[in-house]
Design a protein around this ligand. Structure first.
Ligand code: SF4
Length: 507
């Protein structure tokens, strides 16, 4: 195993607990005699973070802890942070400030800060909030229980940040660790971590490291295991799924493997994962437009389990801004590939991410974004007003920051364009019969069920009899709104086969 650059706090050497197989819960139970310790986990940010949280929870539970109903009951609070969102650091330190009286109210309580912000801020977290017990980075998920255990006998925060993933350790992939999955009928499966791109606005390469693909057989094996446990929908997760396997091929070549020119491809994964018995739906996120390949569209079209939905991040419709962002494609090429996708995959729904007001964006650049958004006819879009993330190239482009009032006005214009196409797309589905994976009662009305179509559209319908979460049903679409569909129940297609409904953690 290569030696891994690591940051530990200046407090080393810290007292280590020699447990000899004793679990964390054993240690603290002995300290408190109050039964198993409990935790709550608050997750911020993207699906990758949510998936990491499932693994942290799984590791804590494997170590004898239980999920608490609320913070009031909990002995441990884990904040799994994200530095993508605006003011993430202020929010974290604000939350930590509120947790100080919580911690002081009961002896033995502990606070863990994990995730991207911990990776970026490192020792600063424990310096600014001295009551934190553990600070761990994005490459340390597998060490969660061990670090918490170490902290029980340390007077100062245990800070451990691995600077890069442990390449030959399968535990580096969150999917390879025990998990406490929030839902038992669908699951995220990590296929790749890190990113080799350098988008000017993005902190991911700095906090998640270089791209590392998970071994092909491990991914398929995990999906087979999930299917045996009753999971019917999987989402393959990576920062740039189309480049899956590039590093595996390189490593194989370096090891002298003559077949290494046969790179394991993402399209192959789609086909093999889609062929696993019991898996009815396969989704993935996110592809990078510059690496989108025809074979991926072909695999989508030819693998019945792969859903007709493509999340295809545009970011900007201006070639000039795309170049400033280092995105590696032009608007024309983006639209060409999108057209190929729509040709190959009938009834393909398309969503996107767009940043409005990137430094240097002029009116004419934004007009191009409007044109591309109109031409792309998105089903929905995640639109963001640019805000600088410390540590990124764009944060240093201060002289070119766009006036917030101008950016705000542009945002509203873009929203109208996207909502128009979304509504058109949704209204076009009225009268169709859609397959829906039931996600549970609607947030607004417990008598109404909500679910997702294969195109990832939210559908609300009233069931004529109780229908379990995780079931598949067909619904006649009766109304299309910009953000959802309404319909009437037709038929129950399949009931979930998982036997345990794992309650959702209150976050
Ligand atoms: S592709 Fe760009 S936006 Fe996506 S994770 Fe990599 S650097 Fe960030």
């Amino acid at each position: 195993m290569p030696s891994i650059p690591t940051t530990r706090t200046a407090t080393e050497p810290r007292p280590r607990v020699t447990t000899g197989g004793t679990t964390y819960a054993d240690i603290v139970t002995a300290m408190t005699s109050d039964g198993p310790r409990s935790y709550v986990l608050r997750t911020y940010g993207c699906q990758m973070n949510e998936h990491d949280s499932e693994r942290i929870a799984g590791l804590l539970e494997a170590d004898g802890m239980v999920l608490a109903d609320s913070e009031d009951d909990a002995d441990v609070v884990v904040l799994n942070t994200c530095c993508i969102r605006e003011n993430a650091d202020n929010k974290l330190y604000g939350n930590l400030g509120h947790l100080k009286p919580w911690k002081d109210a009961r002896e033995g309580r502990q606070i863990v800060v994990s995730g991207c912000l911990a990776q970026k801020d490192r020792e600063l977290v424990a310096t600014k909030a001295k009551h934190v017990d553990v600070v761990m980075g994005t490459h340390n998920v597998h060490r969660a229980a061990e670090l918490l255990r170490e902290a029980t006998s340390s007077d100062v925060a245990v800070t451990e940040i691995l600077d890069e993933a442990v390449i030959d350790d399968h535990a580096l992939f969150p999917s390879a660790l025990p998990a406490r999955r929030e839902k038992s009928y669908n699951a995220w499966v990590t296929i790749q971590i890190g990113c080799d791109n350098n988008c000017a606005f993005c902190i991911v390469p700095a906090v998640r490291g270089v791209e590392i693909s998970r071994p092909y057989a491990d991914i398929v094996g995990e999906v087979e295991q999930l299917a045996r446990n009753g999971v019917t929908e999987v989402t393959l997760l990576g920062q740039n799924v189309n480049s899956y396997g590039r590093d595996l091929q390189l490593a194989a070549r370096q090891a002298g493997d003559a077949d290494a020119k046969l790179r394991p491809l993402f399209s192959g994964l789609l086909r093999d994962v889609g062929a696993v018995e019991g898996i009815r739906r396969v989704r993935y996120t996110s592809p990078h437009p510059k690496d989108m390949r025809p074979d991926t569209f072909a695999a989508m079209a030819e693998t019945s389990a792969v859903c007709e939905h493509l999340h295809y991040p545009l970011q900007s419709g201006s070639d000039r801004v795309l170049a400033l962002m280092h995105r590696g494609y032009t608007a024309e090429r983006y639209l060409e590939r999108l057209a190929q996708g729509r040709l190959a995959v009938p009834d393909l729904a398309v969503s996107t991410d767009i940043i409005v007001g990137f430094p240097g964006e002029r009116d004419v650049d934004f007009e191009h974004t409007l044109e591309v958004a109109a031409a792309a006819e998105y089903d929905y879009a995640y639109m963001f007003l640019f805000s600088p993330r410390p540590g990124t190239e764009a944060a240093d482009m201060e002289a070119d920051f766009v006036d917030p009032a101008v950016a705000g006005e542009r945002f509203q214009r873009l929203r109208l364009v996207v909502e128009r196409s979304a509504l058109r797309k949704h209204e076009a589905r009225v009268g169709r019969t859609e397959e829906v994976l039931v996600e549970g009662p609607s947030k607004r009305n417990p008598d109404v069920l909500s679910g997702r179509t294969r195109q990832n559209k939210l559908v609300h319908f009233t069931p004529p009899f109780p229908i379990r979460t995780g079931s598949y049903a067909t619904v006649d679409v009766t109304r299309g709104a910009p953000h959802f569909l309404e319909g009437t129940f037709v038929e129950l297609l399949a009931e979930p086969t998982h036997t345990i409904r794992i309650p959702v953690a209150a976050l």
